[in-house]
Design a protein around this ligand. Structure first.
Ligand code: PMP
Length: 435
């Protein structure tokens, strides 16, 4: 008997999302050219990870449970058993959010998730109730949010960032346009600090204006900010800490501040939800219901390791990340300096090469005078030994064809110096080709 063959086009459209192909393509290139220096991956630098620490952290958490009066069988269950769907470590997260981020919410407003990715998915599932509901995203945007929206059968509406970042007026007109089409805008997704992929940060006045706009337009803001606490210097306040009307759902990740292998993130969803009988609960409760049918609960092992780290730092992940933030800050400084050295002012203007200068985070963008597509990327890897990410991957509705994203998180100083020299040769070569 012939084995079953399924047709991809008969599966949900999300499996044919071109974004997945482009990501696979990028991984393929990285494997095909192992000698190339890659500015593509947004993964954390692993020089600070130490295997033994995992055991120390888990032990610390178990000791904490004992100190809190847990019996031996409760301690055992905390690792081996299914756990509460909303998470075991909400108190510790709430404490940490107060100390790190000025976010003051009760533990009940938190849902512990499998990374920020699940938090996005739960929030979108809850908010996008019908075909008229719209998610707006600051664009270029993180592929995880576009992908999550597409899994749910909806296409996010892109609000284009300008060269100097997000403008409230652009969101306002996008909202008006959607309403005019009979659609109901529910939420606006934004990475306000050192965004992935653009590297842009919203100013304090922009943050306040966004919150006022959200109130005026009756939408929620989905705030995702994994790079704040791994960036050097003082950061602008989180949108959630400025939020007086519970307009902001804060989507948290420990992937950059602690470690991504934990797969622990969270949603802060303190919005009141009234049911048909007039009883009021929190949006977090609704997200928990959805979570119970998606991942049941976040791995207790991952939560235990995260909890141990939070306890070790007395909740101050900012303090835990002083060294990492300095590391990433100096990597960003190094790449900016190398770009300036390789493209002196006059060349920059003559060639039409520009880049932004983020004060933190993992990413920056370089505008180039040619189409920075997959074909150019292959030439870059093959002929020049350097890999980057086309910015076009991050525009849900097209754009970014002449820009590239560079990530500095994973490379050593020497690799950055050599990588930018290679990149500069590639850019000059490509400009001469006149594509
Ligand atoms: N949001 C942004 C902006 C990201 O860049 C990433 C991943 N690097 C995530 C969310 C995903 O985070 P997590 O690993 O917690 O799922």
């Amino acid at each position: 008997m012939a084995a079953t063959r399924l047709k991809q086009e008969e599966l949900h459209a999300s499996v044919s999302d071109p974004v997945l192909d482009t990501m696979n393509f990028l991984n393929g290139i990285t494997h095909r050219y192992p000698e190339a220096i890659s500015f593509a991956p947004g993964r954390p630098y692993d020089g600070f990870f130490d295997v033994e620490q995992i055991f120390t952290h888990i032990r610390r958490y178990l000791k904490h449970l004992e100190e809190q009066g847990a019996t031996p069988s409760e301690v055992r269950d905390a690792l081996f058993q299914y756990g509460p769907t909303s998470g075991r470590i909400r108190e510790l997260i709430a404490d940490s959010l107060r100390k790190d981020e000025g976010i003051d919410v009760p533990a009940e407003a938190i849902v512990v998730t499998v990374g920020c990715q699940e938090a996005m998915f739960l929030a979108l599932r809850a908010l996008l109730a019908g075909p008229e509901d719209v998610l707006l995203v600051s664009s270029p945007c993180y592929v995880g949010i576009t992908g999550a929206a597409r899994l749910l059968g909806t296409e996010p509406v892109a609000v284009r960032e300008r060269p100097d970042g997000f403008h409230c007026a652009d969101l306002e007109s996008a909202l008006a346009a959607e309403r005019a089409r009979g659609r109901r805008p529910r939420a606006f997704y934004v990475v306000p600090d050192h965004a992935n992929p653009s590297g842009n940060t919203m100013s304090l006045p922009q943050r306040r204006a966004l919150l006022e706009l959200a109130a005026r337009e009756d939408i929620l803001v989905l705030e995702d900010s994994p790079y704040r606490l791994v960036s050097p210097g003082t950061q602008e306040p989180t949108l959630k800490s400025l939020d007086r009307e519970r307009r902001v759902v804060h989507l948290g990740s420990y992937s950059k501040t602690l470690f991504p292998g934990a797969r622990v993130g969270f949603a802060v969803a303190d919005q009141p939800v009234v049911d048909r009988q007039g009883r009021t609960g929190l949006l977090a409760d609704e997200l928990t219901k959805i979570k119970s049918m998606v991942t049941v609960n976040t791995s207790p092992l991952g939560q235990a390791a995260v909890a141990g780290m939070l306890l070790a730092a007395d909740g101050r992940t900012r303090d835990l990340n002083i060294e990492t933030a300095a590391h990433y800050g100096s990597a960003m400084g190094a790449i900016l300096q190398q770009l300036a050295t390789n493209f002196p002012d006059a060349d920059r203007t003559a060639l039409g090469v520009h880049w932004n200068e983020p004060a933190g985070g993992f990413f920056l963008t370089v505008d180039v005078p040619f189409r920075a597509d997959n074909t150019a990327l292959v030439r870059s890897a093959e002929e020049h030994g350097v890999i980057w990410t086309p910015m076009s991957y991050f525009y849900p509705q097209g754009g970014g064809d002449h820009s590239i994203r560079l990530s500095v998180s994973y490379l050593t100083h020497d690799e950055i110096v050599e990588g930018v020299a290679r990149l500069a040769r590639f850019i000059r070569d490509e400009s001469r080709r006149g594509n």
